[in-house]
Design a protein around this ligand. Structure first.
Ligand code: AMP
Length: 586
């Protein structure tokens, strides 16, 4: 298969403003792809070579990439950089300069997908002495054979800037259509993906072995399971009703979620976004290695910063000190962490994802040797709303965000935000809505004091059913001067020419972004709005839901992918809960 065939589809995907068309293009791509390389095509389309959890990144520095262009096209490196400053996209520079080179080259051979993948793999894996020269040679070799538009995408891929904004769910839809007849298979494919977090492997199994192969997919240690997420509701009575009258209430610790994989003495940690963060927390690994009694296990915990003097819980922000590659030993002493275990998904050959919560909790207790630094999340089983609120207050007093109420009979729904876990979070003030996470999909230029930066950002929430981002507010306050200064450069990598195909907006933003960056905001209340598309027509015909007086809380939710932002469904629930509260007061 020629690389050019993929590139043609990328160009069409980039140009479309319709999500369904995007899916159709992907179906066309899979139908053309030989079975044995469908995994590679998937990874390349996502701008990577492996699933994220493998942790091998392509990103080579722009300077080195510019040098490769200069070598291949016979242009001074300074000129390449000058073009880069003008265009802001090394891919476009490569396309343009390759065009002029083309006329002069006669002996190039067409690039195959496998050839491009294998070379990029060598580039990614090259390390140590002489690796820069090797990377340069490999990249120039590719460019010498590349058509101009191939050069554009190769450059974007190696510099980590291929951002087509295709969601995993869109790829799953396309896979189901391309490889199976029945829609029901979509569920099976999604399940396999949720248990493995490896779309490439799922696609290859599906292409080669069909739906039966997919049915046999199993949980495996060191391959992260996509995490189960919680819905939210405002009052405990409603939660109890949803959960059948009784709930296992657990403290909602304010830290970073980790999925701990243990194999013998070896421990691996995966973040909420399924990145391998083992090296960041050697202390957590040591605790888990010593205190998990199972030989092999997959458990989940919240990793929380604690005060080294008192052992008290500290807020999430303190963990920022641990987000580093160097000086980890020192940081470990100064900013220690504790682990609060809340689930077990696998233990010594047994898959627990299909078992009930109460059984999982029992097993978790059995395989854990608890200590001050590693213990099970505080929990209380009750059907009494008053007791829940007392337990809630206790949690907040101890430094937690609130509670997560769990169905005792519920299974572990990998990758899903269902009603088996429901969070009850602390509000900042009673009238103000609790914080929500929005995706930045556009921005408006600032004026006066804010000229040169943005006056407001266009925030959206995720509509899971339609797989789109629907706008909910324009956020102009809560930013510090420092934030304002940095906003344009922070968001620049996501800028695109038109509204993204997965964004639903009635506003015409000055700048559009691929849905990527997630921020936390608070607001006064939710109101009906004719201009925002969130839950459009759900509550009232011709209206969506908006946040009134939204403000940035200062939290960039880098731990969240855009699809992990607050959902339209959650907003509708919040709106209804708010209505109820108002009625109660009146
Ligand atoms: P949110 O990030 O607001 O959607 O809340 C869900 C997050 O709460 C999870 O991803 C965990 O990181 C965190 N969390 C803290 N304590 C618990 C707990 N006991 N059970 C489940 N999740 C918890």
């Amino acid at each position: 298969m020629r690389y050019l065939e993929i590139v043609d589809i990328y160009e069409r995907i980039e140009a479309t403003t319709k999500r369904l068309e995007m899916t159709d293009f992907l179906v066309e791509l899979f139908k053309k792809t030989p079975k044995e390389i469908v995994d590679k095509v998937i990874y390349l389309t996502q701008g990577k070579l492996y699933p994220d959890f493998v942790g091998i990144e392509l990103g080579i520095a722009e300077k080195l990439a510019a040098k490769a262009i200069s070598m291949t096209c016979g242009v001074d490196q300074e000129d390449v950089e000058k073009h880069l400053n003008e265009k802001g996209d090394l891919g476009l520079v490569a396309e343009q300069l390759t065009k002029s080179k083309r006329q002069a080259t006669l002996f190039s051979k067409p690039l195959s997908v496998k050839g491009v993948y294998d070379t990029l793999e060598k580039v990614a894996k090259a390390s140590g002495e002489g690796s820069m020269e090797l990377k340069l040679r490999l990249l120039s070799g590719l460019l010498a054979d590349a058509e101009p538009k191939e050069a554009k995408y190769i450059l974007r891929t190696v510099t980590g800037k291929l951002r087509l904004g295709i969601a995993d769910m869109t790829l799953l839809d396309a896979l189901a259509t391309a490889y199976t007849e029945s829609k029901e298979n979509r569920v099976l494919i999604e399940r396999a993906y949720n248990l493995s977090s490896d779309l490439g492997d799922v696609a290859k199994t599906l292409a080669e072995k069909g739906p039966n192969g997919i049915k046999k997919y199993r949980v495996k240690v060191n391959r992260p399971i996509r995490m189960m997420l919680a819905q939210r509701l405002g009052v405990p009575e409603e939660i109890l009703e949803k959960l059948g009258g009784e709930a296992a209430c657990e403290w909602k610790y304010d830290g970073e979620r980790v999925q701990i994989h243990k194999k013998g003495i070896e421990v691996t940690l995966f973040s909420r976004r399924l990145e391998n963060i083992t090296l960041q927390y050697p202390d957590a690994c040591e605790l888990a290695g010593k205190q998990l009694k199972a030989e092999e296990a997959i458990v989940e915990a919240e990793c929380v910063a604690i005060d080294p003097e008192t052992g008290e819980l500290l807020p999430f922000q303190e963990l920022m000190h641990r987000r580093r590659k160097y000086g980890i030993e020192e940081a470990k002493e100064k900013f220690p962490v504790s682990l609060y275990l809340f689930d077990v998904l696998y233990a010594d050959g047994e898959d627990f994802t299909e078992k009930a919560y109460s059984e999982r909790r029992k097993k978790l207790k059995k395989i854990t040797r608890e200590s001050e630094r590693l213990k099970l999340a505080e929990s209380l089983v009750t059907g009494d709303a008053k007791k829940i609120m007392q337990f809630f207050d206790k949690a907040v007093e101890a430094g937690c965000e609130g509670l997560i109420l769990k169905s005792r009979s519920g299974t572990y729904q990998a990758g899903a935000r269902g009603w088996l876990w429901i969070k009850l979070k602390r509000s900042y003030q009673s009238k103000i809505i609790e914080p929500i996470d929005v995706v930045i999909v556009g921005a408006f230029h600032g004026r006066g004091k804010r000229s040169g930066s943005y006056g407001a950002l266009l925030g959206a929430v995720y509509d899971k059913e339609k797989d789109v981002f629907a706008t909910i507010c324009k956020i102009g306050s809560g930013f510090t001067d420092e934030d304002l200064k940095n906003l344009p450069s922070m968001l620049a990598p996501h800028a695109i020419k038109h509204m993204h195909a997965r964004v639903l907006s009635e506003f015409k933003a000055d700048v559009w972004f691929t849905p990527a960056a997630v921020i936390e905001i608070i607001g006064d209340e939710l109101t009906l709005s004719p201009v925002h598309t969130c839950a459009y027509g759900v509550i009232r015909e011709g209206s969506g839901i908006a946040v009134r007086f939204p403000r940035f809380t200062g939290r960039w939710r880098t731990d969240k992918a855009p699809e992990d932002a607050t959902t339209v469904e959650e907003i509708v629930e919040m709106y209804r809960a708010q209505l109820k509260k108002i009625e109660e007061v009146q």
